[in-house]
Design a protein around this ligand. Structure first.
Ligand code: ATP
Ligand code: MG
Length: 256
């Protein structure tokens, strides 16, 4: 099984990597020494039971949870603990687990807010580019987010994160609360499509099967540690996968 960083990410260096990352909240350690690699043009998915530490891992990368040890590396530079705005300037886009779109604003206004670091003409040009990626939003630009479906809101949240043209996209459960059909749309037409546009995409998903089907590489996170790191197809075919999820879910106090 391939183990080097370049092989793991499918070639080249990593756009985003973590090395021995230990993170949590206050004195509580949630993430126990995680090594992870995401190369440009690749879709890498982290799956694992509820409470495994998936969101905490992403937040540690984004400087939003406490990093106790280890490193976050962006394009070869150590950016451990850097604030979100600086990471945004350096090319990371983040869509958190909790919807962060503004319901009382129009789609167009949400996109403009996503481009807050750009000047006015750059921002307008960038809106056009983002709409090339998500043409379905074009006819909805004047709609208020509060009147839109869950899928459209997620699409707007992702589009908003794209306004600063990030090279690295970090998405925390973009399909939460969506129907199976919309889940497929978000995963295939958003997450997969972004990787095909050359972005490095790091995805966290509860819907492990659907996510693994469209991913290049997978990390299975159990109680804050990587239980398996392998090509997504291999993880999908692994009979131990169900056991890992079920076993951990039972230990954590109940099956969903
Ligand atoms: N802000 C916080 N302060 C303290 N503890 C937290 C905080 N957020 C999460 N935790 C704890 O960290 C652990 C991991 O939570 P986390 O949200 O990272 O898991 P997850 O894998 O994303 O779960 P889910 O699949 O339910 O989203 C849990 O025990 C949780 O209670
Ligand atoms: Mg989470």
């Amino acid at each position: 099984m391939p183990t080097s960083s370049a092989e793991r990410t499918g070639g080249g260096g990593s756009a985003l990597a973590t090395r021995g990352l230990v993170a949590g909240y206050g004195d509580v350690v949630v993430v126990h020494g995680v090594d992870l690699d995401v190369a440009e043009g690749r879709l890498v998915t982290v799956v694992g039971p509820n409470g495994a530490g998936k969101s905490t891992l992403l937040k540690a990368i984004l400087g939003l949870s406490r990093v106790m040890d280890g490193h976050v590396v962006l394009d070869g530079d150590d950016v451990t603990g850097q604030p979100l705005e600086l990471l945004a300037r350096r090319g990371i886009g983040y869509v958190p687990q909790v919807d962060d779109v503004f319901e009382t604003l129009r789609v167009s206004e949400n996109l403009e807010m996503g481009g807050y670091l750009l000047d006015k003409s750059e921002r307008a040009a960038r809106v056009d580019e983002v709409l090339e990626i998500f043409p379905a939003l074009k006819p909805k630009m004047r709609r208020y987010l509060g009147t839109m479906s869950g899928g459209e809101r997620k699409m707007t949240a992702v589009a908003r994160a794209l306004m600063l043209a990030p090279r690295v996209l970090v998405l925390d459960e973009p399909t939460a609360g969506l129907s199976p059909a919309l889940t497929r749309v978000v995963l295939e037409e958003q997450a997969r499509a972004l990787a095909s546009h050359g972005k490095a995409v790091l995805l966290v998903e509860q819907k492990a099967h659907a996510a693994l089907e469209i991913s290049d590489w997978a990390y299975v996170l159990v109680r804050g540690a990587v239980a398996k790191s392998a090509p997504a197809r291999e993880v999908l075919a692994d009979p131990d996968m169900a056991e890992i999820f079920l076993g951990a879910a039972v230990r954590d106090g109940g099956v969903k």
